[in-house]
Ligand binder design. Structure first.
Ligand code: SF4
Length: 171
């Protein structure tokens, strides 16, 4: 019994060490690619506009860390071992705990989420979290009910701004 709990503790420690090692490699890499992606987005923004405007801010409901959906290619459903390995990778890389699988969507909750709904690794959280909710050029992504972010069609948003300005100029 004691030997069993000792080996499980040793396993947990080994996982933490490996996870920290992976983070030490991936974090600087992601930060560098963020810089390149940021420049690319800015330059592309001179010629194109996103279909939706993302407004609002985080309300700290913690929902996006309790039900994280990660899609994988639908064809992988034929290979359950591949999906299992993907789940193991997410656990090792992100400290995500599997809660469900719906077709080609894996659902996790994050073990870094604290009881006050704050991120336990805020300064070093992975890009996956830093970019959420994404702001794609076309379409919008689904956010959890009660989330502080909303996606407003650009035309509606611009119309509201014009209306607001004209109201202010009349005052
Ligand atoms: S790392 Fe932080 S932001 Fe990302 S899912 Fe976990 S608690 Fe949330």
């Amino acid at each position: 019994m004691i030997a069993g709990s000792f080996s499980s503790t040793a396993r947990q420690i080994a996982i933490r060490v490996v996870r920290t090692g992976i983070q030490c490699v991936f974090y600087p890499y992601e930060r560098c690619t963020d810089l390149v992606a940021g420049i690319d987005r800015r330059v592309t923004g001179w010629f194109a506009k996103t279909e939706y405007i993302r407004t609002g801010q985080c309300k700290m409901t913690g929902q996006c860390c309790k039900a994280i959906g990660i899609e994988f290619p639908a064809a992988w459903q034929k290979y359950p071992w591949l999906v299992r390995w993907l789940g193991r990778w997410h656990r090792l890389r992100y400290n995500f705990e599997s809660v469900d699988q719906q077709r080609n969507l894996l659902v996790y909750q994050c073990n870094y989420l604290r009881t006050d709904n704050r991120c336990g690794i805020q300064k070093f959280k992975p890009r996956l979290c830093r970019e959420f909710p994404e702001h794609p050029w076309r379409g919008r992504i689904r956010v959890h009910k009660g989330c502080g972010y909303q996606y407003v069609p650009r035309k509606t948003h611009e119309f509201k701004i014009k209306l607001h300005r004209s109201k202010n100029s009349l005052l």
